[in-house]
Design a protein. Structure first.
Length: 262
C-alpha cells in the first residue's frame, strides 16, 4: 500500500487538530454558556428572595403597626370609655339612693342595666383588640370566664373541660372573634330557649384540629327552628373560617359542635 505524500499527511493532521480544537471550543462555549445561565438563574433567585424578604419585612412592619394601633385603641377605650361608663354607673347609684319616686327608680334601674351591658360589651371589644389573646389558651380562658359571668345570675350550672390543648397554639384575631361570637350566641340561646339547668363547655385538640362543644340538658331545638338565624349565623361564621359546624340532638338536650383547623 502506497503511503500518502508528506504534504497530504500534514494537511490531514492539521485538519484533525483544527477539528478537535473546534470541538473543544464548542464544548467550552457550551460549558461557559451553561455556567453563565446557572449564574444568571442563581442571581435571579437571589433577587427574588431579596424581594420576598423585603415584602415580608414590610408585611411584618405593617402587622406591628396594626398591633400597635390596636393596643392604642384598647388603652384609649379602657381609659376614656371605661372611666365614663363607671362615672355614669356611680351617678345612677347615687340618684337611686336619693330619689324616692318609683317611676324614676325604674328609669334609674334601666340606666344601671344599660351601663352594665355597655361595660360588658367594652370588655369584649378590649379582649378582641388585644393581640396577646391570639392563642387557644387565651380564647378558652375568656370563653369560660364569659360563660360563667353570663350564667352567674341564672339557675344554669356551668361545667367545663379541656383535653389535649396546646395553650400557646396561635390563632388569628378573626378566628378567635368568630369562635367567641358563636359561643356567645349558643350560650344566649341555652339561657333563653332550652329550659336547661346544666351547660357543659368542652374544648379538645387533636394535632391541628380544635373542637369546641356546647352541650345542655334542656328541651332541645324544635325542628321549625333548626334553620333559624342563630344557627345560620354560626354555620356561616364557621364556613367563612373554613371550619365545620354541626348540630347534634341529645336525649335530652342539644350539642353544638364547632371544629376548626389551627
Amino acid at each position: 500500500m502506497k503511503q500518502l505524500p508528506d504534504t497530504i499527511r500534514l494537511t490531514y493532521i492539521i485538519a484533525a487538530i483544527l477539528l478537535i480544537a473546534f470541538v473543544v471550543f464548542i464544548v467550552l462555549m457550551v460549558i461557559l454558556y451553561n455556567k453563565r445561565q446557572i449564574f444568571f438563574i442563581q442571581q435571579q433567585r437571589l433577587r427574588d428572595m431579596e424581594h420576598q424578604n423585603e415584602l415580608l419585612q414590610k408585611e411584618l412592619e405593617k402587622q406591628k403597626s396594626i398591633e400597635k394601633e390596636r393596643e392604642r385603641i384598647s388603652h384609649d377605650m379602657h381609659d376614656d370609655l371605661g372611666a365614663g361608663i363607671s362615672a355614669i354607673k356611680l351617678q345612677a347609684e347615687f340618684l337611686r339612693q336619693r330619689v324616692r319616686n318609683e317611676e324614676f327608680q325604674a328609669d334609674i334601674d334601666e340606666l344601671l342595666k344599660t351601663s352594665e351591658e355597655m361595660n360588658i360589651s367594652m370588655r369584649e371589644m378590649l379582649w378582641s383588640l388585644n393581640s396577646g389573646n391570639d392563642t387557644l389558651g387565651g380564647f378558652i380562658d375568656y370563653a369560660i370566664l364569659y360563660t360563667g359571668s353570663f350564667l352567674k345570675k341564672t339557675t344554669i350550672l356551668l361545667h367545663s373541660e379541656c383535653e389535649g390543648i396546646a395553650v400557646e397554639t396561635p390563632i388569628s384575631t378573626e378566628l378567635r372573634r368568630n369562635l367567641f361570637l358563636c359561643l356567645k350566641e349558643a350560650v344566649n340561646n341555652v339561657y333563653k330557649h332550652s329550659g336547661a339547668d346544666c351547660l357543659n363547655l368542652s374544648f379538645s385538640q387533636e394535632k391541628n384540629n380544635f373542637i369546641m362543644k356546647i352541650t345542655d340538658n334542656g328541651t332541645g331545638i324544635p325542628e321549625n327552628l333548626l334553620e333559624g338565624n342563630g344557627l345560620r349565623n354560626m354555620r356561616r361564621r364557621m364556613t367563612e373560617q373554613k371550619g365545620e359546624f354541626r348540630y347534634l340532638p341529645g336525649s335530652p338536650g342539644t350539642c353544638l359542635l364547632f371544629k376548626i383547623t389551627v
